[in-house]
Design a protein around this ligand. Structure first.
Ligand code: ZN
Length: 97
């Protein structure tokens, strides 16, 4: 577990950049209040109807700085499951000043 803290408002950009780099390295960067959910895998039964879920490629949304590379989809009841493992950050040019 790594805590990132900073004192000056000017450090905000750097802190966000650091969090982004840590996220790429496999560290999870999310609020502590979020509960831990076991990651679902392709072929596991749907939590609503027990049909094996399939993997579908996600769409990247240009307005966000992250997207889901893929998600799990139930072909029977059409439920979509987003899983954290598929969460990808998008490289966007940022102005530092
Ligand atoms: Zn289902």
């Amino acid at each position: 577990m790594i805590f990132i803290s900073h004192a000056n408002p000017e450090d905000n950009v750097f802190t966000r950049w650091l969090a982004l780099q840590l996220g790429r390295c496999g560290y999870e960067n999310k609020p502590e209040s979020e509960g831990v959910r076991p990651a679902m895998q392709e072929g596991e039964p749907c939590r609503k109807c027990s049909t094996p879920v399939i993997k579908r490629m996600g769409r990247r949304k240009p307005s966000r700085d992250y997207y889901y590379e893929y998600h799990l989809f139930c072909p029977n009841c059409q439920t979509t499951y987003h899983i954290e493992e598929a969460n990808r950050f998008v490289e966007q040019p940022r102005s530092l000043f």
